[in-house]
Design a protein around this ligand. Structure first.
Ligand SMILES: [Zn+2]
Ligand SMILES: [Zn+2]
Length: 427
């Protein structure tokens, strides 16, 4: 299947002219066979000016095949053990990326893509995405999430100009990676609720077309969860994988349309980001999506509980007393991240909120939360797909949950309902 990207680049009733950077997306079995022709459409240079960026594992899964298709291209193979999108691996790749290279072919999952999009941006050259697993929704992202000298940072980067997703390749990825992609997508439930609530409370920009697109992406995948790992005929399984990759790319397109990650990242992602900062927990051996789905469960439980309290009038609106300075200093201080957190929270999104007006909006907020699937439904979906749901599954103790709820809203200056709950006191 081919995603007609032009459909998403248009002036919209939201008042914006949506712009998409990716030019072509192909998802099908054997898509790699078309690579030489697709490349000739976008690149007129010589094969030796093209470079495959992969790791040992993804070289075997797809890089070798790509090398055969694009004869004469260069290959950079990063060590797959302990591979992270960090300055160490960027340096490793950069040392081998000679000045003649004019195009990067990213062959891998999220990490290889982040390194590729960072380097492509730095060198001012385009890159092509060849995902080897349906593991994240960030393949067409325009920012690179990197760890720089131990700190998490988001760098400006470029979107691939072309995505060639070969189902024969990404459907054979270890299932844990696929489950992680499903988790990342299901996280959109709370991300979208957060966006709608922020729009209601602060009149933040929102686009209903983009929301629809994200909902469509999630629904499509929910309808084929059992086919992704069940005992179904191969044809049906392949179809489900294509649908998953389609949904992940659609989510990436939604972010391009808006120009940031708002449509795809809310309180559930903030939880994942907090744990990645390793200030209240040890380093975790967990994929992005795994942290997102556990975050999703925590957020969904909190949101539904708050909704019930709103409906039963078991709450009080409390005046805002500023950031939780003590807790922030205690947690982020030892790693030298306290000042950075204060900076991130300027201006404080809660300070601009009129408490009285907010109180009047609560019934409407409850209506938005009504659209969120119940905790049981989310639990069932995650179980069906074999996704992670509880903190103990990634080696964390239950006691981390309350601290996570308190601190995670501060990791990004983006208003979520989780952050707004600081204005609500349960009775
Ligand atoms: Zn729009
Ligand atoms: Zn994500």
């Amino acid at each position: 299947m081919k995603i007609d990207v032009k459909n998403f680049s248009a002036s919209c009733h939201c008042g914006r002219e949506h712009k998409i950077h990716v030019k072509e997306i192909i998802i099908e079995a054997g898509a790699i066979d078309k690579l030489p022709v697709l490349l000739s459409d976008i690149f007129t240079g010589k094969p030796e000016e093209i470079c495959i960026l992969c790791d040992d594992n993804t070289y075997l899964a797809a890089g070798k095949l790509v090398e055969e298709k694009v004869k004469g291209c260069k290959v950079i193979k990063l060590p797959s053990k302990g591979l992270h999108a960090d300055n160490h691996n960027v340096k490793l790749a950069e040392e081998q990326l000679d000045g003649r290279i004019k195009l990067i072919l990213a062959v891998g999952a999220g990490t290889i893509h982040d390194i590729s999009r960072y380097l492509a941006n730095k060198r001012g050259i385009p890159f092509v995405s060849l995902p080897t697993a349906a593991s994240v929704d960030g393949f067409v992202s325009t920012v690179a999430a990197m760890t720089w000298n131990g700190l998490k940072k988001t760098f400006p980067a470029v979107s691939p100009i072309l995505v060639v997703a070969d189902t024969n390749i990404f459907s054979k990825a270890p299932y844990r990676l696929t489950a992680s992609g499903i988790s990342d997508l299901l996280g959109k439930y709370t991300a979208l609720a957060d966006w709608e609530i922020a729009h209601l409370v602060t009149d933040e920009y929102i686009c209903s077309k983009v929301c629809e697109l994200e909902h469509k992406a999630v629904d499509e995948v929910c309808s084929c969860l059992s086919d992704l790992r069940g005992n179904v005929p191969e044809e049906k399984r392949i179809k489900a994988y294509e649908q998953l990759m389609y949904a992940l790319l659609l989510s990436g397109i939604a972010m391009q349309m808006v120009g940031n990650s708002r449509p795809a990242s809310g309180a559930e992602h903030h939880i994942s980001h907090l744990w990645e900062m390793e200030v209240i927990n040890p380093p975790l051996d967990a994929y992005h999506g795994e942290k997102v789905s556990i975050g999703l469960m925590i957020v969904a439980e909190t949101y539904h509980m708050m909704k019930e309290a709103i409906r039963n009038r078991q709450y009080e609106i409390q005046s805002y007393s500023g950031l939780d300075y003590m807790c922030l200093k205690e947690s982020f201080g030892p790693k030298g991240l306290y000042e950075g957190m204060l900076e991130e929270n300027k201006p404080d999104p809660l300070e601009q909120i009129d408490i009285m007006e907010f109180g009047k909006l609560l019934p409407k907020i409850a209506d938005i939360l009504d659209k969120l699937p119940s905790v049981d439904t989310i639990n069932q979906l995650l179980t069906e797909a074999g996704c992670k749901k509880y903190v103990h599954e990634i080696g964390l103790d239950e006691r981390i949950i309350s601290k996570t709820i308190c601190l995670s809203p501060y990791v990004r200056n983006r208003l979520t309902f989780m952050r707004l709950t600081k204005l609500i006191k349960l009775l």
